[in-house]
Design a protein around this ligand. Structure first.
Ligand SMILES: Cc1cc2nc3c(=O)[nH]c(=O)nc-3n(C[C@H](O)[C@H](O)[C@H](O)COP(=O)(O)O)c2cc1C
Length: 366
């Protein structure tokens, strides 16, 4: 069992003061011009004193990849000073800073992208959103390059690394999924072809890190293990993707789940194992794995620590209790696990994010 509060050193030599990670959380609070706002900087500063590593909200690598209002941009050099503000706030707290890089694909918002045109692997609309236009091969190559360019910007802005957002049904996942990818060229059809875009992005980001970073640099990859749609991603397919990714010498892999202990729905192997156990079997020590999902109390975290994961991420609990690590390390078994509705100011949560958290089922206590 890992000790959550012990330091951890990645194979590239970067050390974290403990094994608790702040999960990436979009906060809807950036300025209209795509720059980071003061309230966002304060939000990160408040949450960077306890955890070893902070993964930021996702930032879009091209202008047409914007999936949320109030999202900070990473698609042009003009945003480097803005990106730096978040990295500096995280470093001041004592944590390492990782920028999550992404493209929204079919989930991008027409009102927020040039000419209202959204793109994806194929013309399969996300429910309630406009129908995306399938990307040409030339455009796919441009987006691959854009991930590399945003990695360079992250380096120039002082980040310790980037996390490639291949999870939560955004563009990389849209290519990997047989439900959203109906292409018949080399980027669609077979599993191998559907993995091509995510793996090319990994290679490009690693190339940019090797070219521009003067010090060791983290390159992580986040993924969602299964989809509900009949032709969507199964656990068997994810095992193949993770096997390929584990051979890429990434700094870490990060599984995105709402519940840490979920078992697979569609898997030809042992369905009594949790997805995390299956992933650990597949990775076989080649790359560290970050786990996440509805971990609130110290007891939840201790139980998750027994699974064999290397690092544990907390999302909503760090909104509820920004001092979670300090309290848990002191052995506090009464850490709040529901948000106190009267404490938005003390919790330093920006107004647009606070408003979003009122959606039913988003966060306990609201
Ligand atoms: C408000 C909010 C915003 C989120 N934004 C992102 C995001 O930008 N990128 C991402 O990979 N996951 C995002 N997630 C998912 C979280 O990283 C995490 O996987 C999920 O909340 C489950 O962990 P938790 O139960 O500890 O919150 C978001 C979750 C919440 C609640």
């Amino acid at each position: 069992m890992m000790n959550l509060f012990e330091s951890y050193t990645f194979s590239n030599g970067i050390s974290l003061k403990n094994r608790v990670v702040m999960a990436p959380m979009t906060n809807y609070s950036s300025n209209a011009d795509g720059t980071v706002s003061d309230s966002e900087v304060a939000y990160y500063a408040r949450r960077s004193k306890g955890v070893g590593l902070v993964v930021t909200a996702c930032t879009h690598v091209t202008e047409n990849g914007k999936g949320f209002p109030g999202q900070f941009a990473g698609f042009s050099d003009q945003f480097i000073p803005s990106l730096k503000r978040v990295a500096d706030a995280i470093h001041e707290g004592g944590a390492k800073a990782v920028l999550q890089i992404y493209h929204g694909g079919r989930r991008s918002i027409p009102e927020e992208v040039p000419n209202g045109e959204i793109v994806s692997a194929s013309d399969v609309a996300f429910p309630g959103n406009a129908t995306p236009r399938p990307l040409t091969i030339e455009e796919i190559k441009e987006i691959v390059k854009a991930y590399g360019e945003t990695t360079r910007r992250a380096i120039e802005a002082g980040y310790d690394g980037v996390e490639i957002h291949g999870a939560n049904t955004y563009l990389l996942q849209q290519f990997f999924s047989g439900y959203t990818n109906r292409r018949t060229d080399e980027y669609g059809g077979s599993l191998e072809n559907r993995m091509r875009f995510p793996l090319e992005v990994v290679d490009e980001v690693k190339k940019a890190a090797e070219k521009y970073a003067k010090e060791p640099f983290i390159v992580g990859y986040r993924f969602s293990p299964e989809e509900e749609e009949e032709t969507g991603i199964t656990m068997d397919q994810t095992v193949k993707l993770i096997d390929a990714l584990a051979g890429k010498e990434l700094t870490y892999l990060h599984v995105s789940q709402g519940e840490f202990f979920t078992k697979p729905h569609r898997f030809s192997g042992d369905k009594n194992k949790t997805r995390v156990e299956i992933l650990l079997d597949t990775i076989h020590g080649r790359t560290p794995l970050i786990g996440v999902g509805s971990i609130y109390s110290l007891e939840d975290a201790e139980k998750a620590s027994e699974s064999g994961i290397d690092l544990l991420a907390l999302g909503r609990e760090l909104l509820i209790e920004p001092d979670w690590v300090q309290k848990a390390e002191a052995g506090d078994h009464n850490i709040p696990t529901k948000i106190d509705k009267s404490k938005q100011k003390e919790l330093v949560i920006p107004d647009p994010m606070w408003k979003m958290l009122h959606r039913p089922g988003w966060i306990p206590g609201m």
